[in-house]
Design a protein around this ligand. Structure first.
Ligand SMILES: Nc1ncnc2c1ncn2[C@@H]1O[C@H](COP(=O)(O)OP(=O)(O)OP(=O)(O)O)[C@@H](O)[C@H]1O
Ligand SMILES: [Mg+2]
Length: 353
């Protein structure tokens, strides 16, 4: 049996071992690697270490440096800017374990952040350490590792506030057992939050003060975005064992161009203003449109990524609201796509989709 999606520390075990063997800089207490080596792991070294994050080095340095202090890290950004991806790789590189994860939702309860009880045992034996069910955060404190909290701003604010004691006192009291769990060195928290959710449960100022915020930007240029998409599509194709489809630079470039133009509301040449659809059209969505296209081409096409393999995916990503987005898309199709000589085949495919 093989896992459908291995954790980062499993998938990149070789790279992590290689870095650890050659890393001669000081490592903060509880860390598997030095801060320098963690940044190299994230950005790659042009040789054996592959880039995971593509973007400003400085942001990763700030993120990693934060985790070596007593402040926690908040990764903020619009959807699809690699917040979850970066947090997983940071935990893998620093702690060798990216699995201590709390998924934040409106229904996240205090037990998910502190601890719960095995009720059968609790009733039979009363409160005892054996009846206690530690949360991922509690386990990270005990083992001196990184815990991840996804979508922190979706968590109700009274539940968010349970993190305040943990982050400021580095301890988690267990009154039922008149004991506490003291965080071991190496413990810290990485939270992610979506820009668009802000205001839903704005972080309390007390909590915000315990975090350093790093805002992950959308890719700065079309070239950078094409680079990210090309890499990730190739990686995903390999891990899904898709039959080899030659990476179709032209199709990738087109998807990225369409998404960027609609996102920014302006054509690449800066000449035509466009209406933007309601969806986000993130890099992540471009990656998934292309991965689906590759699967279509491999299984039902001639093994080459054709415009028709991506057209339906693009239309599906753009039209989230069947009324207003459909109007935006039709206008884009007729005024921009149609006019581009080299996009003829795509125009026809998109019109039929
Ligand atoms: N700058 C980037 N470098 C590398 N990969 C990126 C980058 N931007 C996006 N990706 C890719 O996009 C995909 C989605 O990223 P991820 O799920 O981490 O986004 P997110 O910011 O957590 O989004 P959401 O707000 O929807 O949770 C991942 O496969 C990731 O590799
Ligand atoms: Mg995410």
């Amino acid at each position: 049996m093989t896992a459908l999606r291995p954790h980062a520390e499993q998938q990149y075990a070789d790279e992590l071992a290689e870095l650890s063997a050659t890393d001669d800089r000081p490592r903060p207490p509880g860390w598997r690697l030095s801060p320098q080596a963690v940044v190299t792991y994230l950005l790659g070294d042009g040789a054996k270490i592959t880039p995971k994050y593509v973007g400003p080095r400085r942001l990763m340095e700030i993120a990693v440096a934060t985790l070596a202090t007593d402040r926690a890290l908040l990764l903020l950004g619009v959807p699809g800017t690699a917040k979850t991806w970066v947090s997983e790789h940071l935990a893998a590189a620093i702690s060798g374990d990216s699995t201590l994860l709390v998924q934040g939702t409106a229904g996240t309860a205090e037990e998910a952040i502190r601890y719960g009880w095995n009720y059968a045992r609790l009733l039979a034996e009363g409160p005892s350490p054996a009846a206690l069910v530690p949360s991922p955060v509690m386990r990270a404190m005990e083992t001196g590792t990184i815990a991840r909290v996804e979508e922190l701003t979706r968590v109700p604010s009274d539940v968010q506030d349970t993190l305040i004691t943990i982050l400021s006192e580095k301890t988690l009291p267990v009154p039922e057992l008149t004991s506490e769990v003291q965080a071991q060195r190496g413990f810290n928290i990485i939270a992610t939050a979506n820009d668009r959710d802000r205001g839903v449960n704005e972080l309390s100022s007390a909590l915000r003060r315990r975090f350093n915020t790093v805002v992950l930007p959308v890719p700065a240029s079309a070239e950078e975005e094409v680079d990210i998409v090309t890499r990730r599509v190739a990686q995903l194709g390999r891990s899904l064992d898709l039959p080899e489809v030659p990476a179709a630079v032209e199709e990738i470039r087109r998807v990225v161009t369409i998404f960027r133009e609609l996102r920014t509301g302006l054509t690449e040449d800066g000449r035509t203003k466009l209406k933007s659809p309601t969806g986000t059209l993130s890099t992540a969505e471009a990656i998934s449109v292309l991965t689906n296209g590759m699967a279509l081409a491999a299984h039902f096409g001639d093994g080459v990524l054709r415009p028709a393999d991506v057209a339906a995916g693009i239309v599906g990503a753009v039209i989230k609201d069947p009324v207003s987005d459909a109007v935006v898309w039709r206008e884009y199709l007729e005024t921009v796509v149609r006019e581009r000589e080299e996009w003829r085949a795509f125009y026809r495919a998109a019109r039929d989709a």
